[in-house]
Design a protein. Sequence first.
Length: 304
Amino acid sequence: SNAAGIRDGIVASTASFTTLDNRPPHPVDGLAVTAGTYNETSISLGWTLDSNAGENRIVDSIVASVADSEGGEAAAPQELAGDATAVTFELPVGPGVYTFTVKTVNSFSADIETGLTVSHEIAETTEPPTIPPTTTPEPTTTPEPTTTPQPTTQPPPPPELDCGDSLVFENVVGHPISLTCKIKNGVAEDITWSFSMGEEGSSMNETSLGENGITISRDSDANTTTLQIPALSTETAGTYSCLEGSHNNACAFAISVAVVPVPEVNVTDAPTAVDPEKKPDDSGAGYLTGLSGACILALLLALF
């Protein structure tokens, strides 16, 4: 034996094997009917085998068939070579709609749908319509689409005025008055002031109010605006209104001057009436007493 332990005269054996391709073929590509002419019943089909050639799939043969509009056999099926790319059918009947099927075949295609179909109408027209080919789609599982609900935007609430606890004010002449309006869902700059003394009286806007000594201030943080009357008078008494213009919200404050009642005067000692024909006595006391009482009464009446 040699160094490898092989005895002289022994020949090494060799073996080879072939891997079996058990893939079914793809359907043909680009199946189409050649455009016919007037009332033509000789129909030619063409296709390619690109999908199978690209994957080196085996196509043993190609079977072409044609059915009429009722599903019956319109012409005998034709079995072609595995590399065939065209076929022609001679249809024995006239106009109608025909369905052509071209199927690829190999040893593993028995239970696989490898056919491609195309419909063609033979009509008495120079340019018969051709229906594009249809392929039986393989069943696929399509996930249910998920939709995310879009948030809805609610419109902002409208502005609202807070007029406070009272809309009627009455005070004496010279007393200061303060009026405040607060806005909700808005800003203080949206509020304007005006003044009116009635239907036939004078009226003023903010500019005129300022020229007459009435001040208007705004607090952006608190969303309030305040009108200040430094000293109430008959000229500044009337109706003051704060108005939010975009939605016609308003607060109307009625300001009036209070009437001060005059106190009653009680005279306890009435003066003695003076007889103009009676002469005073020698001392003049009675005359002077009556005259003094009349003067005192006149003075009291003048004061009140």
